[in-house]
Design a protein around this ligand. Structure first.
Ligand code: FAD
Length: 605
């Protein structure tokens, strides 16, 4: 069985009917493109992903990176797939044209990139890291840094990494201890150990550009003392060509549960010789600059989760339609034919959860991508500011809630296959293992919840939360005009008015009265509440668009009508599952007594 990738009917529906993404081409920066050219990119992506990325999905799992004579050896399929990616023009598809990119709206570029993530996440990761490193330099680098490092990354000659984490500084980046000593020529000599760095040592391409956090000697403790440096694997000579090794030493490889084709490293810098770096954005600006890359990577990570959910759904759906097992509970005749799995209520429950996660996840991914486009390119300053605020608010929700829901989708995909799902005869167990990383890296989901409850809910004097609530209200008002959707619209209004707003207020009150430690013990529950509400909202958007399209289309074909009706039924299922979850989460937030906060270490046994 081959696993198909992202469903193109649904992708077109989301871009055209839910998001009206074509309107982006009216903005001056995107005026060089149109729907036809953007779709040509998506279709080429689907082909290259299927032909060049998908075939080695299992092979990379079976052959993880290894060390030979001090060098990292990767399966050759990674480099050849990345060459096909580069040659087809994907490396710089979302970069601005003045930076040498294609200038495609991120909405369409991400629709294309999902194809690669669904086909082979381990290879897609190299591309994602380089694209976001280039984007960081586009925003914060000097002209010379752009020419030396950004341009070769956009051309696919250099690779990029994000080198933040250290053994003692994972979630707590303020505790980074790598030091940077100023050198007389204005560069810095870095010294320290970096942990978990993806894509950081291999022989592909001409160079690797590490974007590394470090602390200039004498800088204040905490995040204010952190700066960002370009640390190339090979130093550039006077002509900008990679020359001598920069003493970025591989201290070891991490052996992972999944995503094994993406090499993951421990690095020592400044050991046995100088590791030279160039500062980006000024002393103390490190974390602020890095957030350009981290925010993008958070969306990219959740897109990876969505891609796994989507691939798992297609495989388990195909299986459930083919395999026959058992009979309906009311079947009397034991000699009657067994029914396909897809007919059993419990299997449908698991399929529908997956459909909701995959298709809701895609819609949310592209909604956030559209906000990123508007943040960069909307015509007026207020529009750009509002898009930025809503994007900031929704990013942790997408990263955390959707990555959990999509991991649950892969759990269900395996379950639909029964024993076969647990074997290596099907790629579902690999999707599950690959997907398990997404709640962990790029800021664990626990950290995302703290970010949402502690920062995003109150940022800009509550304006981000206000914008979010306004979106929910607008969707509910539009959907309420359709009698089929009226009950769902009412529920969404209740989620916003009776649960989200009072819960945010409760957390703010607790912060004022009892301090952030007590208030943020509700962070997980707040993420659950806002995540479930967001999922209901995005599904109501889809159901509304599906029915509106049915009315405007002259006579939808039978399959088309079924697909649209399927979205409405899925939306009802999402509300049936998620509203009780939101209710329970709001109750947890309102409880005065949260035992897990009070239990002492000694009581844990
Ligand atoms: C496969 C993989 C690839 C990675 N790639 C990169 C990369 O390319 N570049 C890079 O810089 N990093 C990378 N990372 C690092 C990753 O971002 C960290 O693993 C992650 O941020 C968590 O840090 P930690 O592992 O040190 O866990 P810890 O910080 O020790 O956290 C352990 C647990 O404690 C919780 N916790 C920690 N602090 C708090 C707190 N204040 N409040 C509440 N709960 C808390 C966490 O949520 C988590 O559940 C990668 C990690 C992995 C596993």
């Amino acid at each position: 069985m081959t696993h198909s990738l992202i469903d193109s009917w649904h992708l077109a529906f989301v871009l055209d009917e839910v998001l009206g993404a074509e309107t982006l081409f009216r903005l001056p920066v995107f005026a060089d493109h149109d729907r036809a050219s953007a779709w040509a990119v998506i279709e080429t992506a689907a082909r290259v992903a299927r032909d060049e990325f998908l075939p080695s999905y299992r092979l990379l799992d079976d052959n993880e990176p290894r060390l030979e004579n001090g060098r990292v050896v990767l399966p050759a399929e990674i480099e050849s797939a990345l060459a096909a990616f580069r040659d087809a023009g994907f490396t710089a598809m979302a970069a601005r044209s003045e930076d040498g990119g294609l200038g495609l709206p991120r909405t369409f570029a991400n629709a294309a990139f999902l194809q690669f993530q669904a086909a082979n996440i381990s290879i897609a990761n190299y591309a994602m890291l380089s694209a976001s490193a280039a984007e960081l330099l586009a925003r914060h680098g000097t002209e010379a840094q752009k020419a030396s490092y950004m341009a070769p990354m956009l051309e696919g000659r250099f690779h990029g990494t994000m080198a933040l984490s250290e053994p003692q500084a994972g979630s707590s980046l303020g505790d980074v201890t790598t030091t940077a000593r100023p050198r007389p020529d204005g560069t810095y000599a870095l010294r320290g150990t970096k942990m978990w760095i993806s894509g950081a040592e291999h022989e592909m391409g001409q160079n690797i550009v590490h974007l590394m956090l470090a602390r200039i000697e004498g800088a204040p403790p905490g995040v204010k003392g952190i700066s960002l440096f370009i640390v190339p694997r090979k130093r550039l000579d006077a002509d900008g060509r990679p020359s001598i090794w920069n003493n970025v030493a591989l201290a070891g490889l991490n052996h992972k549960m999944g995503q094994r084709g993406t090499v993951n490293t421990v690095l020592n810098v400044g050991e046995g010789g100088e590791t030279i770096g160039e500062i980006v954005g000024g002393p103390g600006q490190g974390l602020a600059c890095m957030f350009t890359m981290m925010n993008e990577a958070r969306i990219g990570v959740a897109m990876g989760a969505v891609a796994h959910a989507s691939a798992g759904y297609r495989i388990s759906l195909e299986y459930a339609r083919e395999r026959r097992q058992g009979r309906h509970p009311d079947a009397r005749n034991p000699a009657s034919a067994q029914v396909p799995l897809v007919q059993h209520a419990d299997v449908r429950r698991m399929l529908l959860q997956q459909k909701a996660a995959a298709e809701g996840g895609i819609t949310l991914a592209l909604y956030l991508s559209r906000l990123a486009d508007l943040k960069a390119a909307a015509r007026t300053e207020p529009e750009r500011r509002d898009a930025a605020l809503l994007l900031d608010f929704l990013t942790p929700v997408f990263k955390a809630w959707i990555s959990e829901e999509c991991l649950g989708a892969n759990y269900n995909a395996m379950q639909v296959l029964g024993g076969a799902g647990y074997t290596r005869d099907f790629p579902l167990e690999q999707h599950y293992r690959d997907n398990r990383l997404n709640p962990i890296h790029e800021g664990t989901n626990g950290i995302q919840a703290i970010d949402l409850a502690g920062r995003k809910a109150t940022m800009a004097d509550g304006r981000a939360l206000e914008l979010y609530c306004a979106r929910l209200a607008a969707t509910a008002a539009a959907a309420a005009r359709n009698s089929d959707l009226h009950p769902l619209a009412d529920q969404l209004v209740r989620l916003r008015t009776d649960l989200v707003v009072p819960s945010a207020r409760k957390i703010a009150d607790l912060t004022a009265a009892a301090g952030p430690r007590v208030a943020l013990s509700r962070a997980h529950a707040f993420m659950e509440l806002v995540g479930a509400t967001t999922f209901c909202w995005i599904w109501l958007e889809q159901a509304h668009a599906a029915l509106a399209g049915m009315r405007t289309s002259s006579e939808p074909s039978e399959p088309e009508a079924q697909r649209r009706q399927g979205l409405v039924v899925t939306a009802r299922d999402v509300f049936a599952r998620c509203v009780p979850r939101a209710d329970a989460a709001a109750k947890t937030i309102a409880f005065d007594d949260l035992p897990f906060l009070e239990i002492a270490d000694e009581m844990l046994g």
